[in-house]
Write a protein that binds this ligand. Sequence first.
Ligand code: NOJ
Length: 788
Amino acid sequence: MKGQQLRKTIKRYIQMNINKIHNMKKSTCIFLLATIFSANNLVAQQKRATAASDKKMNAFVTNLMSKMTLDEKIGQLNLPAVGFDVTGPILSEGVDEKIEKGLVGGVFNTFTPQAVRKLQELAITKSRLKIPLLFGYDVIHGHKTIMPIPLGLSASWDLSLIEKSARIAAREASADGLNWTFSPMVDIARDPRWGRIAESSGEDPYLGSLIGAAMVRGYQTNDLANKDAILACVKHFALYGAAEAGRDYNTTDMSLIKMYNEYLPPYKAAIDAGAETVMASFNDINGTPATANKWLLTDLLRNQWGFKGFVVSDYTGINELTAHGLGDLKTVSAKSLEAGTDMDMVGEGFLTTLKQSLQEKKITQAVIDLACRRILESKYKLGLFANPYKYIDEERAKTEILSQKNRSDAKMIAEASMVLLKNNNQLLPLKKNAKIALIGPLADNKRDMIGNWSAAGDWKLAISVLEGLKNAAPDMDITYAKGANLVDDPAILKQINANGAEIVADEKSPEKLISDAVSAAKKADIAVVVLGESAIMGGEATSRTNLDLLPNQKELLKALAATGKPIVLVLMNSRPLTLEWEDANIPSILETWFSGTEAGNAIADVLVGNYNPAGKLTATFPRNVGQIPLYYNHKSTGRPYDGVSNEKFKSRYIDSSNDPLYPFGYGLSYTSFEISPVKLNRNTMTSAQTIQATVEVKNTGGYDGEEVVQFYIQDIYGSVTRPVKELKGFQKVFLKKGESKSVTFTINNSMLKFYNSDLKFASEPGDFNVFIGANSRDTKSSGFSLTK
Ligand code: NOJ
């Protein structure tokens, strides 16, 4: 164990056992002291080693830069897109020639050992200084073995599985020539209209922080020099998820106190975990777009947070500052560099204007040098100067990519992401001898299984639900009927087909599709209906104003419900949908997101009960679009509504409940759990003390299963208003049927801290509520006080 980690473990141990220290055996005390001593020694040793290797790196980079021309330095700041994918509005040209001239620092959207070798060879054999290139790509939820979309992944509440998913992605990507992923996206997302909520970990800063850090560890490992480590890129810095009206690329405007308490923590956590690169977001932040925002990229990111890597713009993010109204390309390029953007993705504003800005003394040589140095340092840390072909290994690509092991891990991860929203009368799991009508445009579908932003994933390798059911229950009697086109809505169809969805209407009329499905349902014992969005309706540039199931699918579902047959609704979607009708009329609902290459096998295992679902929502499901943004950790208002009375002057709607349909943290299991009242081992603490909050969790149902026990705190009175509750911890516990376990959370001073109106991070003495439960709504509570 590394020194820092060892120190953290000891600190945690001492915090948990602080109450017992006076009773501790002398030998245990001596052992603890000795371990602390050796951890301190290790940390000191590591510091010396880091200082020595930093010195070596600095000398190398200084020497290299002393040979570079101004053009070559500016060239390092250039990141063109070339290759297989189009992820923005324009494409780069003349890239090979620019590489030969030393005018490219890295490229993205190119992979495979062969394609990467071709470009790397140009840099190494043709360019004057032989500086290796970076190869970036959007490896978002897997490279070729695709795992659930990030919103689904986060619903596993399983940090080690999440880290594992990033590790699988990095191993495959690094074997395919890549050394940089544009992930993790850690934007807090509280608006399901925004299509990119799919790429997020939902609405909570605490959970989002843990997930961001786990992803960084998974991608980068503990040493970038490892052969299967790739650079992580924390994006989109910052506040991209708070786009007004949920419309992509839109403005954000937010108080500093909200930023610091609610939106910035996941970026900070990912950077603290060692992320080597950061991507500036497209959006305006309180008047200055992120790409040109010096306060954000220099004062906060580097000076306050100590970030040492480099910042890349988003796709043409610098050029877009002209449309934002900040000036012409020369002006905005200079502003972006000055602000702290080091690398220009696709736009070539740096390449074409920085030299002139320098001549006109609009920028200094020092800022160009600094940006160039940062990029060269990252290449050095990856070991690219030692071996520019480090990531090009055809043999490794053959064994690593889409291996049986990766696929079986992907299935396990997919299962963990699924959330059981409703299960009346234990309709699920399906009885293996039941006669099933499998219905819906996503039931016998491979194309959509891998979801949006599925990198190099090949949908043809994905498993459909129909295939999955045949694998999981070969003897099951299944009749399939499509029931509806995936999308009939002309406006949506026009937009998504123009962007590659290739959805064609079935030869059968919509009426005939429905009547065939209804007769299949009538002949069966149960209808399993697989509905949702097209994968391409989620991710970048897919904002929606209506979150109901698409009208043609809803018509199908209503016709099926009218048969009186029991229905299991299996959902696939990139965002929370509005499902009030479905919740009221359909007995069983399973949310499966888009769960990747192994989707069908994972869904089938859940449906037949080979796996007992344990996922929990990380983004609130609203009842209707009018409630958005709706999130559990909101403020109280001065006129909170109790949800029952008809009083007029309360913070409420006259046409809708305030409450979500499914709250943050919500998800059922095939078994049931009982959580006891919360017991605190004391009711007051000073800032140096801790309190233990304990509950007994009992599996009271008929299956073994897992429960995510969630722990929330409310700071009742503060110098500023505080959320009604905030997640501060959780434990995923496995319980055999009938088994009980006690689950303890340790309350310490640091989890009571928040940024006050002076942006000082401190706790305030006073009263607190503790809530423990199976989701953010259904909790048991207790209280304690923090004294001076
Ligand atoms: C634009 C997206 O906003 C960003 O997330 C992505 O990494 C880049 N395009 C590159 O494809």
